[in-house]
Design a protein around this ligand. Structure first.
Ligand code: PRP
Length: 210
């Protein structure tokens, strides 16, 4: 059996990722959510796991240091790397939205938009024919409109708690997001049997309503 390297996203989708892998029959009980260890070897399954920041997963997969990766569609859309998107894993549901201060009525003609997703935000407003100024932030984006750095934000909403607790409201929905399985283009050809077997197992776990 060929060795596979799979890059997994730290954070929000890690718990469900591990659950899916376990139900697929992959031995990964050594990996736990808050571990600081970055590489795990599943000798029985002949899989090496790399644990990385979500925004770096497409890069690892594009360069082929990981054959496969599990990451949110939001990150895939933002990073636009040259990888195959193989399976919608149907977990990690959230939505990409435009949000702004709850009580605010009007906006300037060229509003400022803060986001961890500058490319998605730029494309979205360009398609709508709206001129905006994008401000790239790396996290806690909800702060920006509260302290006057931006007029609106583009961010993901899951439970809605962060928007609510910061007096923000959703203005527009850009897209619905779930976790995806991605593959390196060369690995997908060279390790096609192993990868296709894994896809079949994953699909049957998803169909059973994991
Ligand atoms: C994400 C997102 C929102 C929050 C939404 O941030 O950027 O801030 O989760 O979740 P909710 O609707 O359930 O409140 P994350 O926790 O990934 O951290 P970050 O702000 O540091 O990017």
């Amino acid at each position: 059996m060929e060795q596979l390297t799979i890059a997994l996203s730290k954070g929000r989708i890690m718990k469900d990722t591990l659950k899916l892998l376990q139900e697929t029959g992959i031995e990964c009980s050594d990996i736990y959510e808050d571990s600081r260890k970055l590489i795990f070897n599943s000798t029985k399954s002949r899989i090496k796991f790399i644990i990385a920041k979500p925004f770096d997963i497409p890069t690892y997969v594009e360069y082929g240091v990981a054959d496969l990766g599990i990451v949110g569609k939001d990150v895939i859309m933002e990073e636009k790397k040259d990888v195959y998107e193989l399976v919608d894993l149907k977990f990690g549901f959230c939505r990409l939205v435009v949000a702004g201060p709850k009580e605010r009525k009007g906006y300037p003609p060229h509003p400022r938009i803060a986001s961890k997703y500058p490319r998605i935000a730029e494309e979205y407003f360009m398609q709508k024919g709206e001129q905006v100024e994008i401000i790239k932030l790396n996290g806690s984006v909800e702060l920006a409109p509260i302290i006057g750095l931006s007029d609106k934000i583009v961010d993901i909403v899951s439970t809605g708690k962060t928007l609510k607790e910061n007096n923000l409201k959703e203005l527009e929905e850009i897209d619905k997001i779930t976790a995806r399985l991605i593959a390196n283009r060369v690995s997908f050809r060279l390790k096609s049997k192993r990868i296709n077997d894994l896809i079949k197992k994953i699909n049957s776990v998803i169909e059973e309503g994991f």
